[in-house]
Design a protein around this ligand. Structure first.
Ligand code: IMP
Length: 176
């Protein structure tokens, strides 16, 4: 484990360039307005942190955390709210920030919860999207990268709680 070195799939430099473009698009789309940015814990913490540094708008940062019930790899599961927002989002522009949209269950369920709270607008930014496994079709307004159906780690994403601290998105080698 000590000598373990994942393969780089998306480098730190590629991520930074993409974030610059996403932040510019977000800043342009909401020009002159305030934005509530909701970071979906834990996986989106690094993406969200780098993204908000580049968005040129007044931002109110919130956190939310959910977990899947039962078999989290199937699309028929449901989610449990583990940590909720601290403030009201009624009448506000809200940007949800996710690490990855896989089956789409997590973000679809989160959008249902958020929409009940009557925001002025509700948009989604996701660093990654795996189209091969997507069941719950949700428009991703600001997407970093579309990737193949591989399990990725790093830049916030974990495998069994590990590798979140890596500055790049990587894949685990077979045999590790
Ligand atoms: P979904 O509900 O199937 O879209 O799954 C979304 C969540 O599953 C993400 O927020 C991640 O926490 C986790 N996840 C899905 N694919 C991966 C992966 O390749 N690496 C790490 N976590 C993943």
């Amino acid at each position: 484990m000590e000598n373990f070195s994942p393969d780089v799939l998306i480098s730190e430099e590629e991520i930074a360039l993409r974030i610059d473009a996403l932040a510019k698009a977000i800043s342009d789309d909401f020009a002159g307005q305030e934005l509530v940015v909701v970071c979906v814990l834990k996986g989106a913490f690094m993406f969200c942190s780098d993204l908000i540094k580049k968005i040129e708008l007044p931002i109110n940062l919130e956190f939310i955390q959910v977990s899947s019930y039962g078999d989290g790899t199937t699309s028929s599961g449901s989610i449990e709210l583990k940590l909720d927002l601290t403030g009201s989002i009624a009448g506000k522009n809200v940007l949800m920030v996710e690490d990855i949209v896989d089956t789409g269950l997590t973000i679809k369920s989160l959008f249902e919860i958020m929409e009940l709270r009557k925001p002025k607008s509700l948009k989604l930014a996701s660093l990654l999207f795996k189209p091969d496994r997507n069941v719950h079709k949700m428009p991703i307004d600001y997407l970093g990268f579309e990737i193949e159906d591989k399990f990725v780690i790093g830049y916030g994403l974990d495998y069994a709680g590990r590798y979140r601290e890596l500055p790049y998105v990587g894949v685990l080698n077979a045999g590790n």
